[in-house]
Write a protein that binds this ligand. Structure first.
Ligand SMILES: Cc1ncc(COP(=O)(O)O)c(C=O)c1O
Length: 421
């Protein structure tokens, strides 16, 4: 008799719907579709030549180590490199504060595994990163959602939400996914102060911070928290106290296929995460870590990030101009200063989830906004648009197609209203 598998699945699977992102990414594989759906970097910017040269050097010099098991914490020179890089942003980490993960996505999962009991509440921005909700749904989290505006999380609404007693606060201060918004300096201070006042840890997810095309860099929460706390003692390998777990990744600055991310946190948190990670995958690929280090160790990152910023900044401008030209009245959108996404609102009687079927027929894709809300009945008239992946001509055409669909909806709505009147 074959097993009725569903009856065997653990309770935690009941909260795990199919990923809408994965379903949508299937469409993006179709050759003619113009996709604003994924968070895919521009493939033409991948450093292929540097990667090839680094792989040859690596295999010739440290080939056996690259193919061998390594420490769960990560490849020591890469951890040191990350500390040096983080120092530029005012983050005073030592190697004992760094854990290399298989992408920031794994870090989100490990954080959930470490902190969430069934029914614990996580305070999130509304909307927030879908991948975090997915990871934490598996640990049976509940959510307290606090809305954001153009300056990010509305910290003036935070105190009420903190009194509910969330286990931790999850924020994306820079060029938020999906909102494209950046948390203002004043709100960063407020957030750090309130998190400390209520003794609630912050998880700061920052995949896009290095990809700023305009405006002033703002200090990360982890650096503001360290200032707030005063200098934490170190055990010689890393600092010991602090209220923030910071997540970074090479996915948007080198290549997502490497699956390399990292956590910066107090030593005791890193040690706990190491234990969680051992049960998951023992370690992140030695080869990938050593390859990335070989690519970046002599200063390649700066020049490469400059090139990425330039291209994404230009693409953002193309998308903004196309939205202005083709979207009907009654729509609005954010104007991100960096990152990969912007967030559009359409008239509230248009459901972007329903519109998706027509969009796919018109060979254009986006992510319906409700996917980024813990309560999927909200955000029904919003969409996330990615501007890093499609080239300028395709982007213009894709926004024109979407604009035409929206204009047809508006015309139909106006006609029905005229008839009713
Ligand atoms: C906010 C956010 N966190 C985490 C991730 C996961 O990144 P990684 O490729 O490093 O797993 C992404 C990917 O798009 C993201 O947007």
């Amino acid at each position: 008799m074959s097993t009725p598998w569903k009856s065997r699945y653990a309770q935690r699977t009941q909260r795990m719907g199919r990923s809408i992102i994965r379903e949508l990414l299937k469409f993006t594989q179709q050759p003619d579709i113009i996709s604003f759906a994924g968070g895919l970097p521009a493939p033409e910017l991948f450093p292929l030549a540097e990667c090839e040269a680094a792989a040859c050097r690596l295999l010739n010099t440290h080939g056996t180590a690259a193919l061998q098991y390594g420490p769960t914490e990560g490849y020591p020179p890469l951890r040191r490199f990350i500390c040096d890089r983080m120092a530029r942003y005012g983050i005073r980490a030592e190697p004992g504060n760094v854990l290399i993960t298989s992408g920031a996505q794994q870090a989100l999962d490990l954080v959930g595994k470490m902190l969430i009991n069934p029914g614990d509440r996580v305070l999130v921005e509304e909307p927030t990163y879908l991948g975090a909700l997915q990871a934490w749904n598996a640990y049976q989290a509940d959510y307290v959602a606090v809305p954001q505006d153009d300056d990010g999380l509305r910290t003036e609404l935070l105190e009420g939400a903190l009194r509910v007693g969330p286990k931790f606060i999850y924020v994306l201060p820079n060029f938020q996914n999906p909102g494209g918004t950046t948390l203002s300096l004043e709100r960063r201070f407020d957030l750090v102060r309130l998190a400390n006042k209520y003794g609630i840890p912050l998880v700061e997810d920052d995949p896009y911070g290095a990809l700023r095309f305009e405006g002033e860099h703002l200090p990360p929460l982890i650096a503001l928290d360290a200032d707030h706390q005063g200098d934490a003692p170190s055990n010689g390998h890393g600092y010991m106290a602090g209220n923030v777990i910071y997540l970074g990744t090479f996915s948007k600055t080198l290549a997502p296929g490497l699956r390399l991310g990292w956590v910066v946190a107090p030593v005791e948190v890193v040690e706990q995460l190491v234990m969680m990670k051992q049960g998951t995958d023992l370690q992140t690929s030695s080869f990938d870590q050593m390859l990335a280090y070989e690519m970046v160790k002599d200063g390649f990152m700066d020049e490469h990030i400059r090139a990425i910023r330039k291209v994404y900044g230009e693409r953002r401008d193309v998308m903004l101009a196309a939205l202005e030209r083709y979207f009907p009245e009654g729509c609005s959108w954010t104007r991100p200063q960096g990152g990969l996404f912007l967030w559009a609102r359409v008239p509230e009687w248009i459901d972007t989830g329903d519109l998706m079927a027509e969009a796919v027929q018109a060979q254009v894709a986006y992510v319906p906004g409700f996917a980024f809300y813990p309560d999927a009945t909200r955000g029904r008239n919003t969409m996330r648009l990615n501007f890093s992946n499609a080239g300028p001509a395709q982007m213009e055409e894709g926004i024109r197609r979407l604009g035409n669909l929206l204009k047809a909806k508006v015309a139909e709505h106006d006609r029905l209203h005229a008839v009713a009147a």
